[in-house]
Design a protein around this ligand. Sequence first.
Ligand code: AHR
Length: 489
Amino acid sequence: MVTITEDARAHRIDRRIYGQFAEHLGRGVYEGIWVGDDSPIPHHNGIRSDVVAALRAIKVPVVRWPGGCFADDYHWQRGIGPRAERPAVVNFHWGGVVESNHFGTHEYFELLHQLDAEAYICGNVGSGSVTEMRDWVEYITLDGTSPMADLRKRHGRDQPWRLHFFGVGNESWGCGGNMRPQYYADLYRRYQTYVRPYGEFPIYKVACGANDNDYEWTEVLMTQAGRFMDGLSLHYYTIPSGDFSAKGSAIDFDDHEWYATIRQARRIEELLARHCAIMDTHDPDKRVGLIVDEWGTWYDRAPGTNPGFLEQPNTIRDAMVAALTFNRFHRYADRVRMANIAQMVNVLQALLHTDGPVMVRTPTYYAFALYTDHHDALFVDARPDSGDAPGTIGAHGEYTVSWKDDAYTVTVTNAGLEEEVDATFDLPGRITTVHRDQILLGERPNSQNTVADPNEVVLTEFNDYRIDGSRLRMTVPPHSIVTLRVSHA
Ligand code: AHR
């Protein structure tokens, strides 16, 4: 049994850990978000309406853009002004396809406006100048008169936009310039100086952080540049084999690969613990946030697709990876202030797939939907009486609990393939109301949603629970995720 006490309420779970990442990569932005003003696909100002409606329903809080590796090759001035006059360039990182620059700064802020989400722009350190980065921030945020503000106005936008988050380079240890941490730390100090908050609002500056278990990178950045940053990023991808050269199939996997994927997903716990421990030694007050601005599954690409487009099917296994990752973000949310799944539409562990005018919600989308009541709630550090590790029930069960608006939200995952998980929670009082009871269940471990069958894996009502005074007992079937939200007397 898991006992929930009022004094177990701990830190706030920032809704931004449910953030998204949209890169100019394959069909992520073009087709997936942007269809243009003259498209027969229903849109508003060129942005497809089905995608916006689906994302609004899960309360997307923030969207990171324009990359990724693309960000360090992106020159923002090519993406403003009349679209017909914008130069077409080559997207070298992702398939060598033509980048029309039709989706640029104005279109990005229009997307955010339609989603009611915050901005997280990644600036170009790898191939861009300090001046270019400085001017972009001025273009976006300066009210009044200046060369950049005047240029923005000439392109039809009088008021500045709110720029909440700004990343100073992406993967500067790799595609963003192949730098050593000492060198990047100095560059970060220099570039961030010119990321000025021209308007009344501060800009939260994110330094490029480590890949996976590169703890030296975190140590050097915190030592040499910690006082100049608000956040430090971390990238971690769940790859079933752990080997980038032969990652494994997204859809055609056996039990062994299922469990290998679950193990790889749970590995993020060790990464969070160790990166946070390093940050704690430099920043015991936890001023600097850990920003996991790329995470998710990465498999071998779908057969027949462009290798540079990173398209992969999405199954209940992906939803499980998302849930296991959220559980860990909740536990470390006193340091983890934002995360951005890679990626929002059509790329890697996408929430949405599009095929022409058709849009399909993936199982990962529904995992996000199941966790919306945890947004901005207080994490409840409820411990199991069994002596199992916090948050776990046996080998395959997990739970996470939060408290908001006088109700507890309990989410239980069963990552096993055979056995049910029986879970009992004892609340601080008699349970009076059930606000939500939903399950996401795959009939098979690789159940997915497709254009032909878009509703194979969807949220349904969950009935296999009972309330006995202050106790909430439930039986959670294999490869499923359950959310119950209850209040008590
Ligand atoms: O998300 C795909 C790519 O993965 C990003 O562009 C890059 O930052 C990372 O290596």
